[in-house]
Design a protein around this ligand. Structure first.
Ligand code: SF4
Ligand code: SF4
Length: 186
């Protein structure tokens, strides 16, 4: 069974936002809402400042507070591949998952009423394709694949580079890894 993950090489991001646009088109995300975004992060103290570009999305956590706090069982972690998904018909829009997620990865879809977020383009994976954001990334900053396959791009990237997850201390065990442009994360 695959163990899907994403690796984001921040050294290769050129902030073109193609991933953001591809995601919105692929997943019919409402105009003012986002499943993924690219944000600027400034580190250090003046005058020694440096800026990183960081793609953010649902981390498909192995220890997902959004799932544990969903009162209806709408949010769940799929056993066969670890994706954190939603049974839309069960979602009552109570926002408990939004409050529980420390990554601000969810939103209530303003057109459909349920708690939406990145699915790693589960519908594309089923067809043997990469998530839309990965397929469109011109800098090859975003990589997607199976951590249990030593030949996958994500396994190779994690073997060859120092990578970290966001908010490791939160204990959510994310499956999105970051290779930073400037050394270790804050
Ligand atoms: S990033 Fe947030 S929404 Fe995604 S699995 Fe983790 S806690 Fe849930
Ligand atoms: S908004 Fe939907 S998915 Fe989120 S906790 Fe409530 S019922 Fe569960």
């Amino acid at each position: 069974m695959p163990k899907y993950a994403m690796v984001i090489d921040q050294r290769r991001c050129v902030a073109c936002m193609a991933c953001v646009v591809a995601c919105k088109k692929e997943n019919e995300v409402p105009p003012e809402q986002y499943r993924t975004r690219v944000v600027e992060k400034t580190e250090g103290e003046f005058p020694l400042l440096r800026m990183e570009l960081r793609s953010e999305l649902c981390n498909h956590c192995d220890n997902p507070p959004c799932v544990y706090n969903c009162p209806t069982g709408a949010s769940y972690k799929r056993k066969e591949d670890g994706l954190v998904l939603l049974k839309k018909y069960r979602c009552v829009g109570c926002k408990s998952c939004l409050a529980a997620c420390p990554y601000d990865a969810r939103y209530i879809n303003e057109e459909k009423g349920y708690a939406d977020k990145c699915t790693f383009c589960e519908h594309r994976i089923k067809e043997g394709k990469e998530p839309a954001c990965v397929a469109t990334c011109i800098g090859r900053s975003r990589m997607f694949g199976d951590l249990d396959d030593p030949k996958s791009s994500v396994s190779i990237a994690l073997r060859e580079n120092h990578a970290e997850v966001l908010l490791q201390a939160a204990g959510t065990k994310p499956r999105v890894y970051y290779i930073k442009r400037f050394g270790k994360p804050e």
